[in-house]
Each structure stands twice: as structure tokens, then as C-alpha cells.
Design a protein around this ligand. Structure first.
Ligand SMILES: Nc1ncnc2c1ncn2[C@@H]1O[C@H](COP(=O)(O)OP(=O)(O)O)[C@@H](O)[C@H]1O
Ligand SMILES: [Mg+2]
Length: 548
């Protein structure tokens, strides 16, 4: 059994007895602590107020009686107010930062004495491992002549409490997945960004600016941020969402700031306006770059003073809302072009987060694919999934292509394929058609000139030199009606020098080096690939003539 070093506060109330004579008839935590044979205490570090010296001396004397082997090390702790959290915390933090803890020692923190504030501070410091110690609590026991009472040791090392640790991490994931809609995104930058946004959403009422190209998820994220704020009780009011591009002309002012009855011709009834509706909630101004300059000025004042003047009103109204703004514009450029107020920008970009385009987070294509499939499955009322080959083909395309509307374009593509799938099965043909559709949408060349999409595991293991060659070979195979026809075209020069033509055989051998077969290519080039271990594949020979 080890022997402990204990940190404890001198109990200026609990360690004190009414008279010196009667003190042995009272349970005193620090003396009681040192009375348990099975809990040998090598050293007791007694933190005490410098003014409590007489009590300190008495306690030291009594401990020497009940536990002669315990060394006592008194440490005066200078705090003006032992109920003042910051002061106590920094005094204890300073102490723990300079204390020479040793690995092989066993430390305990006695939690029974000291103010509740001091106990909370000790707990926090132990949890953060500033004190590499377990906690010990002591308590009196009824009808206990010895007055040594009971004790209990608590180990805060949560890794030892699996279920608690799991609940902690589950709570954290729960919140994070709220912002990510439960998608297990893999892109590190994006995940870090989301963690920051979550922290800011939870802890700050200041405006949040979300920037990024169209379809990167700004509007979606704004709604999720509102949910996070609401989960943490940071807002009580509603989410009021408006796309500023729809606020044009005269009605923009009254839509935002409201108007009184008769404020202008046609104002038959009074209108509260969006800012007032967002009171105690969140106002999401999407496309804030589209807001007119007058509205920008009013908005700035409403943000700074939390007050504004509705149209036609003679008294200001108050609205305390949190702002989220979204834009795909470069607002700094707008400031230079004088279409956006510099002071408003300074006010709203305190927390500015840039959402990456799909191109910048290709790792997330697959998790998003899963998510969209489950969404469309729910909508169509049947499980929608890709065949293995179709999935490889689509991912290979999705990884290379430029998604113009980012996730909006990507999601639409999956929705189309899911809708067209018979019995929820997305086949290679559906994927091929979708790829053509996407290319037509972008005005790219028609299918004949089509690029060949080699499966990702294959292209990733090839030099661009070999890839270009293989793509051309596959392209010829796809437009030929037989292996021999493709061979004739591909070996059209060297075959004239041969006595016996063996184009088909040469081509078959070339393809087999990549794990490809004619039939496989014709029915979707990835078919045979899944069975090939690319790591052990011998180096593909260049497509040159060899007499074999
Ligand atoms: N985190 C996300 N999880 C699921 N779907 C998302 C996510 N972010 C965006 N989307 C989807 O992507 C599309 C575009 O998102 P949106 O927020 O409208 O983009 P933006 O406002 O930047 O143009 C929408 O269909 C939206 O549902
Ligand atoms: Mg949007």
C-alpha cells in the first residue's frame, strides 16, 4: 500500500473546537484524515490563511500526536476574499504550477475544508490535471468515539469511467453533428471550422458572417447555428430569415424596419418588420451584399443601439436580435466600389467564416453522398443505393469534375439519379447518363468526345503518362465493336510489319496488366477492378510492340 501526500486547506471553522480541552471530543477533518491506519499519510501540505497561525499550530501539534510519521508542510495562501473565484483560482493555479510533483508519488486533494469556492477550484484544477491527484472527502460518523470519521477517494480520471466518458463524447458529437447535419465530414479544415463556429455560436451573441460561393452551405449552416444557439438557450426568439436580393426598392425599408399605419400611400395597416420579429432571436440576412446603402445605415444603427425608427413612426422601437449574415460576394471589394458600407462590414465581420467549395473538400464527397442517399431514400420511401460499379464510376467523376453550384449541384445530381433509379438501384447506365447531362448543362462536348473515367484506385496508382495512354485505349475499346477491331486501330502501324496479326491478343495482354478485360470495359470499366490488388500489380509495359 502506498503512502500519500495530501493537499488540504486548514479548516478555519471545522478544524477549530470551542475550547482546547474539548477538542478531542469533536470530529476535525484534518486531524481525522490522519487517523486511518490503512491510509498512511507521508506528508500533509496545509494551505492556510497567514492570519490563522494559532489554529495552524494547534492542528500541527494534534496531528503529530495521532500520526507521528506524517510530516506537515504549512503553506500560507494569500487571498483577500476566499469566496472570490478568480482570486482563489489563480492563487491555487500559481501554487500547482510551481509545486514539484513527482511521477511516482500518490497525491490526494482533501475536499472537505476550505470555502466552497476553494473546493470548486481544487476540483477544476484536478480535472485539468494541474493537480495530478485524486480527491478525498472526509465526513463525521455518528457515535464514533475515536472521531476519526470516514473517508472516500474519488478518481477524476474519466478514462476510468467508460460510461461517463462515452456520454461526454456523445454530447460533444451530438452538438457537432447538429452543425454538420450528422455527416461525418473528413476534411480537417472544414471540421476545424465547424468546431470554431460551434464555439462562437454557443458563446458569443455577436454577428456571424458566413462567406463562400453559392451552394457551399451558408444558408443551411445559418439555420443549424440557430439550432445550436437554441439548444444552449442562447436565444429565446425565432429565426427570421430573409434573402436581401428580394428586398428591392421602396418596400425594402418597411420590410426590414416596419412601418406605421398610413406611413406611406398603401400602408393601410401597420407592419412590425423583420428586425422586430427577430427580437430575442436570430435574424439571418442572406446575400447581405445586395442590401441598399440606406438600409445598411439603418441596420448598423439597429445593431449598435438595438433601436431603430420604423417608417412613419415618431418613436424608436427596441429589438435585441443576433445577426447572421451570408454572402457570396467579396464585401471588401464592395466597400472599395462603394456599394457596401465600411462601418457595417467592420461590425459584421468580427466572426467571419469562409465555407470551402466542394473542390476544396473532396474527402467529403463520399460522406455527403451517403447523406444525400439516405435523404432521398426517405423522400422516395425506398432504399436508394448505387451498384458497386456505378458508385465507383460516379465517385471517380465527382472527384475530378468542377461542381459549379457546389453542394447544391452535387445534391441535385444525386436526387436525379435516385429518382430515375428503378427499385432504388442506381446503375452504371444511370450514372453515365447523369454525367452526360451534367456536361451538357455546362456546354461541354457531346459523348463521342467523351473523357474516360478510370476508377479512382486505378488512376491514383498510375503516372499521368500511363493514365493518358490507358484512357485512350479504353476510349477506343468503347467505340469498337470487338477486341480485334480495337486492336486493329490501336496497332495500325506496327501491325503492317507483322507476318501474322495478333492485335487482339496484344491488346488483351495490355489490358490485363491493369486488371482490365474487354468484357469488363464494355460493361463498365470498373467491373473487373474490384478483384485486382493494385499494390502487387507488375509495372504496366508501355504499349510498344514486342514479339511474343
Ligand atoms: N451541412 C450540410 N449538410 C447537408 N446538406 C447541406 C449542408 N450544407 C449544405 N447542404 C445542402 O447543400 C445545398 C446548398 O446549401 P445552401 O445552404 O443553400 O448553400 P448557400 O446558401 O451557400 O448557397 C442545399 O441543398 C443544402 O441542403
Ligand atoms: Mg443561400
Amino acid at each position: 500500500m502506498g503512502s500519500y501526500t495530501v493537499f488540504s486547506f486548514l479548516g478555519t471553522t471545522l478544524d477549530r473546537a470551542r475550547t482546547e480541552e474539548k477538542r478531542w471530543g469533536k470530529w476535525r477533518p484534518n486531524i481525522a484524515l490522519c487517523q486511518h491506519e490503512e491510509l498512511p499519510i507521508k506528508k500533509l501540505i496545509l494551505l492556510h490563511p497567514p492570519s490563522a497561525l494559532p489554529l495552524l499550530h494547534l492542528v500541527c501539534r494534534d496531528i503529530a500526536i495521532v500520526s507521528p510519521t506524517t510530516t506537515i508542510e504549512p503553506v500560507p495562501l494569500e487571498v483577500n476574499d476566499p469566496w472570490e473565484f478568480e482570486e482563489v483560482f489563480s492563487a491555487l493555479l500559481d501554487f500547482s504550477s510551481t509545486y514539484p510533483f513527482e511521477d511516482k508519488e500518490e497525491y490526494l486533494l482533501h475536499m472537505t475544508t476550505g470555502t466552497h469556492v476553494a473546493q470548486i477550484c481544487l476540483f477544476l484544477l484536478a480535472e485539468a490535471r494541474y493537480f495530478p491527484a485524486k480527491l478525498i472527502q472526509t465526513a463525521p460518523v455518528e457515535h464514533d468515539e475515536s472521531k476519526k470519521g470516514s473517508y472516500r477517494i474519488i478518481d477524476l480520471d474519466l478514462s476510468r469511467y467508460d460510461t461517463i466518458a462515452q456520454r461526454f463524447s456523445f454530447r460533444k458529437r451530438e452538438k457537432l453533428s447538429l452543425l454538420k447535419s450528422g455527416i461525418e465530414t473528413r476534411n480537417e479544415d472544414f471540421n476545424r471550422l465547424i468546431e470554431q463556429i460551434e464555439f462562437v455560436a454557443t458563446n458569443s451573441p455577436d454577428p456571424i458572417l458566413l462567406t463562400g460561393a453559392t451552394g457551399t452551405g451558408k444558408s443551411h449552416l445559418a439555420r443549424q447555428i440557430y439550432e445550436v444557439k437554441r439548444t444552449h438557450n442562447k436565444v429565446l426568439g425565432p429565426l427570421v430569415e430573409v434573402n436581401c436580393a428580394t428586398l428591392r426598392g421602396d418596400s425594402a425599408m418597411s420590410s426590414l424596419f416596419g412601418h406605421t399605419k398610413g406611413a406611406f400611400t398603401g400602408a393601410a395597416t401597420a407592419r412590425a418588420g423583420l428586425l422586430l420579429s427577430a427580437h430575442k432571436g436570430v435574424l439571418f440576412l442572406d446575400e447581405i451584399g445586395e442590401l441598399g446603402l440606406d438600409e445598411q445605415a439603418m441596420l448598423l444603427r439597429a445593431l449598435e443601439e438595438k433601436r431603430f425608427l420604423p417608417m412613419g413612426a415618431d418613436r424608436e422601437v427596441t429589438s435585441d436580435f443576433q445577426l447572421i449574415a451570408g454572402t457570396n460576394r467579396d464585401l471588401r471589394q464592395c466597400v472599395r466600389e462603394k456599394t457596401f458600407r465600411e462601418d457595417l462590414l467592420a461590425r459584421i465581420d468580427l466572426w467571419s467564416f469562409h465555407l470551402p467549395s466542394l473542390r476544396e473538400r473532396r474527402e467529403d464527397i463520399e460522406p455527403n453522398l451517403e447523406y444525400e442517399l439516405s435523404k432521398i431514400s426517405g423522400r422516395l420511401g425506398m432504399k436508394v443505393s448505387f451498384s458497386t460499379e456505378a458508385r465507383l464510376l460516379f465517385l471517380s467523376f465527382a472527384n475530378k469534375t468542377e461542381w459549379y453550384a457546389n453542394f447544391r449541384g452535387f445534391n441535385a445530381s444525386i436526387t436525379r439519379m435516385g429518382t430515375l433509379s428503378a427499385h432504388g438501384r442506381i446503375t452504371e447506365n444511370i450514372v453515365r447518363d447523369e454525367i452526360q447531362r451534367l456536361k451538357r448543362q455546362r456546354g461541354e462536348p457531346p459523348p463521342e468526345e467523351d473523357t474516360v473515367f478510370l476508377p479512382l484506385q486505378l488512376t491514383d496508382s498510375l503516372d499521368p503518362f500511363d493514365r493518358a495512354q490507358l484512357e485512350e485505349v479504353v476510349r477506343v475499346c468503347l467505340r469498337s465493336s470487338s477486341l480485334s477491331e480495337a486492336g486493329r486501330e490501336l496497332f495500325s502501324v506496327s501491325r503492317t510489319r507483322k507476318k501474322v496479326s495478333n492485335d487482339a491478343d496484344r491488346l488483351r495482354k495490355y489490358l490485363s496488366r491493369f486488371g482490365l478485360t474487354w468484357d469488363g470495359i464494355r460493361s463498365g470499366i470498373s467491373v473487373t477492378l474490384t478483384t485486382v490488388d493494385m499494390t502487387n500489380r507488375e509495372e504496366p509495359a508501355p504499349l510498344e510492340y514486342s514479339e511474343d
